[in-house]
Write a protein that binds this ligand. Structure first.
Ligand code: NAP
Ligand code: MG
Length: 403
């Protein structure tokens, strides 16, 4: 078989620890034998980020902007312990945070569903994709403790110096606490567009929920901005694609999600997304089966696994011990990126290959061959636990049959 050609490069962002080990194995075993891989390579491993004063992260994000599609390996976000472990010049920021700020994107997280791993919520048959607004609210708040007898107010000073005041609370008889939150229309609008575009891309309904009945200005603004953009820019496209935009109150949304069979995108405000993404991920099974894609409002896609660098397994690997690390989410990051590249460049073979790679991966697990994290969850009878590399080789056997 002749190798598939890629006319436009895919931006490849390498990473750290166990996922870096897996990254190379996936390329060697599942990609390079079939594709003439055309990637623009950026090494986001912590050693190289430190050498370049984190310039490489910024360069990689700009390359994603240029080419439109990127695939990223998990990376270490440094903390005090990593400062000594890697002898770092600075506590470099989270690469994901840096990339997200440059692309102004929204993160969509979706589980990969396989037979044998039953969601904890039995009605869930299809993936639920969570989109989290990653700006403002409680994550950029200002808080104060307030003594008894004090009056707390919101004060806004406009550019001409005029003040507008609103009473928060007169504290009488007890000390208390206050919190100031903000968001900006521009960020909410970007979030809305990313969600509408992604819904069109994967042809699934979009749900959005807030608490506009209680928060008549703050949450209501989110609801209004989504509605205005939908009516003006997306209504016709959604109808043509046969999908729906649906707004409801957040508590009603939670109840509906639990009763639903899945198969839609759930757009969440920042805090709701933080909480609900962990709930949904846990209920679907393993972190090793959760994919993540960053989508910018102007249609740039960056694919990755939702999990981290799996440090504990990496230290075992370094000691020469056998590991059984799940590579599925990282494989799907590659297949997602290759499929998107193929769609944009109109290379059908690339899209077809990506789909077969996903099929072979799911087939392997459904045949009972899986890594340790899934082995403990699977209800298949003839299940077998394999090591990190053998899992990839088992996928290759099935991929060769499909090609
Ligand atoms: P983690 O790497 O996601 O791993 C946490 C635990 O979850 C693992 O020890 C393992 O459990 C299980 N697990 C996660 N992915 C797995 C997989 N693919 N296969 C099998 N088991 C898996 O999270 P962490 O240990 O909190 O973070 C490690 C490093 O990753 C940190 O330096 C952090 O900064 C970074 N991180 C990066 C990203 C990113 O780049 N997107 C995201 C999160 C964290 P057992 O040990 O019980 O087997
Ligand atoms: Mg969380």
């Amino acid at each position: 078989m002749e190798k598939i050609k890629m006319p436009t490069p895919l931006v490849e962002m390498d990473g750290d620890e166990m996922t870096r080990v897996i990254w190379k194995m996936i390329k060697d075993i599942l990609l390079a034998p079939y594709i003439d891989l055309n990637t623009e390579y950026y090494d986001l491993g912590l050693v190289h980020r430190n050498e370049t004063n984190d310039r490489v992260t910024i360069d990689s994000a700009n390359a994603a902007k240029k080419y439109g599609v990127a695939v990223k390996c998990a990376t270490i976000t440094p903390n005090a312990q990593r400062m000594t472990e890697y002898d770092l010049k600075e506590m470099w920021k989270s690469p994901n945070g840096t990339i997200r700020a440059i692309l102004d994107g929204t993160v969509f997280r979706a589980p990969i569903i396989v037979k044998g791993i039953t969601p904890l919520i039995p009605t869930w048959k299809k993936p639920i994709t969570i989109a989290r607004h990653a700006y403002g609210d409680v994550y950029k708040n200002t808080e104060m403790t307030v003594p008894d007898g004090a009056k707390a107010e919101l004060v806004v000073t406009d550019k001409d110096g005029n003040e507008t005041r609103e009473l928060i609370h007169n504290f009488k008889g007890s000390d208390g606490i206050i919190q100031g939150l903000h968001n900006i229309d521009e960020s909410i609008a970007s979030f809305a567009r990313s969600c509408f575009n992604f819904a069109l891309d994967i042809k699934q309904d979009l749900w959005f929920a807030a608490k506009d009945t209680i928060s008549k200005k703050y949450d209501h603004r989110f609801k209004d901005i989504f509605r205005e953009i939908y009516d003006r820019e997306y209504d016709e496209k959604f109808k043509a694609a046969g999908i729906e935009y649906f707004y409801t109150l957040i508590d009603d949304a939670v109840a509906r999600v639990v009763r639903s069979e899945g198969g839609y995108i759930w757009a969440c405000k920042n805090y709701d997304g933080d909480v609900m993404s962990d709930m949904v991920a846990t209920a679907f099974g393993s972190l090793g089966m959760m994919t993540s894609v960053l989508v910018s409002p102007d249609g740039i896609y960056e694919y990755e696994a939702a999990h981290g660098t799996v440090t504990r397994h990496y230290y075992k690997h370094l000691k020469g011990e056998e590991t059984s690390t799940n590579s599925v989410a990282t494989i799907f990051a590659w297949s997602g990126a290759l499929k998107k590249r193929g769609q944009l460049d109109n290379v059908k073979e690339l899209c077809g290959f990506a789909e077969k790679l996903e099929k072979a991966t799911v087939q392997t697990i459904e045949d009972g061959v899986m890594t340790g994290d899934l082995y403990v969850l699977s209800d298949l009878e003839n299940k077998k636990k394999v090591n990190t590399e053998d899992f990839l080789k088992e996928i290759k056997i099935r991929l060769d049959q499909l090609l």
